[in-house]
Design a protein around this ligand. Sequence first.
Ligand SMILES: Nc1ncnc2c1ncn2[C@@H]1O[C@H](COP(=O)(O)OS(=O)(=O)O)[C@@H](OP(=O)(O)O)[C@H]1O
Ligand SMILES: Nc1ncnc2c1ncn2[C@@H]1O[C@H](COP(=O)(O)OP(=O)(O)O)[C@@H](O)[C@H]1O
Length: 202
Amino acid sequence: MKKATNIFPIFEKTVPRTYKESVLNQRAKAIWFTGLSGSGKSTIAIELEKELFKLGYFANILDGDNIRSGINQNLGFSENDRLENIIRISEISKLFVESGIITINCFVSPTEDVRDLAKNIIGDDFIEVFIDTPLHICEQRDIKGLYKRARNGDVKNFPGINSPFISPKNPDIVIKTEDRSVKELAEEILEHIIDKIIEKRC
Ligand SMILES: Nc1ncnc2c1ncn2[C@@H]1O[C@H](COP(=O)(O)OS(=O)(=O)O)[C@@H](OP(=O)(O)O)[C@H]1O
Ligand SMILES: Nc1ncnc2c1ncn2[C@@H]1O[C@H](COP(=O)(O)OP(=O)(O)O)[C@@H](O)[C@H]1O
C-alpha cells in the first residue's frame, strides 16, 4: 500500500484504546463475515448485534449494501473495486476497534486476496466467520433477484455465478445455516467469541 507523506498522525497522544475498552467493559474485535450473497450474513449479524447488546456489549454492523450506498458508492464489482471496497471498510473497521467498539463486518469478500487484505489491515483483532450456505440455497432464496439477473447475464461479476467465490481455507468459525434458526446461529457465534471480548481486569 502507498505510504502517506508529510502526514503526522496524533495516535500516541489520544486516550488509549485500553481505557476506551474499560469504559465499555469489553475488548474490541472485528468479526468478519464472509459468504455468498444471500448466505445470511446481514440477518445473522443483526441477531448477533442484538444478543451482544442484551449482554451489555457495544457493537456496530458494517454491511456491504449500506457501505456501498454511502462512502463506497463510487465502487463497482471489478477486482480492483472489490479490493478498494475492502481496504476502505477494513480501515473503518479498525477505527471502530481502536475506539473499543466491536464491529460485525458483512461483506461477500469472495477471495483469499480480499480477505487477506482485511486481515493485514485489521491485524490480531480479526475474527473470520464463514457463513457457509451452499450456492443452490442462496440461489433458491434469491431475496434481491440478483441470482436470476446474474444467470441472465444482466448482473456481471456475481460471485458463485459469473465470478468465483473461494471458500476461506482456515476460518476461525464456520457457520452452516441450513435447518438452523437465526437465533441459534447468532448464539453459536457468540459462544465462540465471548472469551475474546470479555474484558479481563487485574
Ligand atoms: N455483481 C455483484 N456481486 C456481488 N454483490 C453485488 C453485485 N451487484 C450488487 N451486489 C450487491 O452488493 C452486495 C455485496 O457487496 P460487498 O461489498 O459485500 O461485496 S464485495 O465484498 O466487495 O465482494 C451484495 O449484498 P449481499 O447480498 O448482502 O451479500 C449485493 O446486494
Ligand atoms: N438459517 C438462516 N440463517 C440466515 N438467513 C436465513 C436462514 N434461513 C433463511 N434465511 C433467510 O435468508 C436470507 C439471507 O439474506 P441476507 O441476510 O441478506 O444474506 P447476505 O447478507 O449474506 O446477502 C434472509 O431472507 C433470511 O431471512
